[in-house]
Design a protein around this ligand. Structure first.
Ligand SMILES: C[S@@+](CC[C@H](N)C(=O)[O-])C[C@H]1O[C@@H](n2cnc3c(N)ncnc32)[C@H](O)[C@@H]1O
Length: 406
């Protein structure tokens, strides 16, 4: 067989979706090929762009047999903007694919029973748009807000983004050109209507005044805050504090964590990556004590405000260093680590607390699968896995996993 070369055009059948949101097919020589913009089940013509020993990457040239789940992306920027990878896929199919991605990672990296993976839960509008309460734009040389091009580093000016909540869309569309800035971050409390626009970089006074006159005054990095409601709980979110970008998603996450942990009035609970207290606060309303571990100074200030008067012990350090400040027995754990997951040391230390139930919240199915393997090796039993579509029209998926002791 002649050796394949970059630039060559091939026909392939794509039959899977990879963890990073690209469809996967097989080249004639057996190598896996990743094709952005294709949908499993489609026959496509592709141009090879990168050939490695075991895999290749290609660009989509022509759809030979389109999927019945292919839709026209409503956003005019969808073809070029790197923000959404899946606008060309019907929403129901996106959710099936997210479940399959979680199952695939759990099977390959976790070695666990994928029948436990439930249907993907969804929240928000029926078209999947208008959910983001937070967005960060780069700024191009003309001062326009921009995202990075699909698969590249160049900037693409974006004048309107349908993923943004209507409050944030209004803020975004009101921004004048702000040449000289490096980035603009916008946040909103969708239940309070509060807005915050943070700018980094140098800009002349005139456009800043124009922004203020249009109702979008600029703050500097680290300045300002917004307030958001999650159910009946009020959260102050400082500009540097983490908060879920999908408020309705945050409500569902919080409800599911409470349902899975089901704290009793004698229970001692650990919220291992507490943020501003999304889970800490409702847990502390039912449990005897909650230990809330968080390392960010901004989030800690917010967390302390939200937990005043509640039986919460705030531990302001990294989880890895927090164990000496925790009691020897903890009944329930919720752990919502950053993308890289828990890792070996934290899994061993958390398992040593012997919690009755542990809920792991993850935004990366591969990290989730690796952590589950470790937790199960330490004696935990996996009981439920729930993918949640917090980020429609992108390949990102949030997953909750419930583990019980023994
Ligand atoms: C994914 S967020 C989750 C926060 C919260 N559960 C929520 O849903 O709003 C992770 C949080 O963990 C904090 N964090 C990251 N690494 C940490 C570590 N090693 N120890 C303690 N906190 C950490 C971050 O500052 C962030 O607030």
């Amino acid at each position: 067989m002649a050796e394949l070369k970059p630039g060559e055009v091939q026909e392939v059948q794509v039959d899977g979706m990879a963890h990073g949101g690209e469809a996967v097919g097989r080249l004639a020589d057996g190598r896996a090929v990743f094709v952005a913009g294709a949908i499993p089940g489609e026959r496509v013509r592709i141009r090879l762009v990168d050939l490695r020993k075991r895999w290749a990457r290609a660009e989509l040239v022509e759809l030979l047999q389109p999927s019945p789940d292919r839709v026209t992306p409503p956003c005019p920027h969808a073809e070029v903007c790197g923000g959404c990878q899946w606008q060309h896929i019907a929403l129901d199919r996106q959710r099936q694919l997210k479940r399959e991605i979680v199952q695939g990672q759990l099977r390959h990296l976790g070695g666990v029973d994928t029948d436990l993976v439930e249907e993907t839960r969804s929240v928000g509008a029926s078209d999947g748009f208008g959910y983001r309460n937070h967005a960060t734009f780069a700024v191009d040389e003309k001062g326009r807000t921009a995202y990075h091009r699909k698969g590249g580093h160049e900037l693409v000016a974006i004048d309107s983004c349908p993923l943004l909540h209507p409050i944030l869309r209004e803020v975004h569309e009101a921004l004048p050109p702000l040449p000289g800035l490096r980035s603009i971050e916008i946040r909103a409390g969708i239940h309070t209507g509060q807005r915050l626009v943070m700018a980094t970089g140098e800009v002349d006074a005139a456009p800043v005044e124009e922004a203020a006159a249009r109702g979008v005054p600029l703050k500097g990095p680290g300045e300002g805050e917004i307030t958001e409601m999650v159910g009946s709980e009020r959260f102050r979110i400082s500009s540097k504090s983490f908060f879920q970008v999908n408020t309705e998603g945050a409500e569902l996450l919080s409800r599911l964590v409470m349902e899975m942990l089901d704290p009793g009035s004698d229970d001692r609970v650990l919220d291992a990556f507490a943020g501003v207290g999304l889970f800490t606060v409702p847990l502390a309303r039912r449990a005897a004590h909650v230990w809330a571990v968080e390392r960010s100074r901004a989030a800690l200030r917010d967390l302390r405000t939200h937990t005043r008067g509640l039986p919460v012990h705030v531990v302001g350090t990294e989880l890895e260093r927090a164990f000496s400040q925790l009691p020897p027995r903890i009944d329930l754990v919720v752990a919502d680590p950053p993308r890289e997951g828990l890792g070996e040391k934290s899994v061993a230390a958390l398992s040593g607390l012997q919690p009755r139930r542990l809920v792991l919240v993850s935004c990366d199915p591969a990290a989730l699968a690796r952590d589950l393997r470790l937790l199960i090796a330490e004696g935990a039993r996996l009981e439920r896995v729930v993918p949640i579509d917090l980020f429609p029209h992108t390949y990102h998926v949030e997953t909750l996993a419930l583990l019980v002791r023994g």
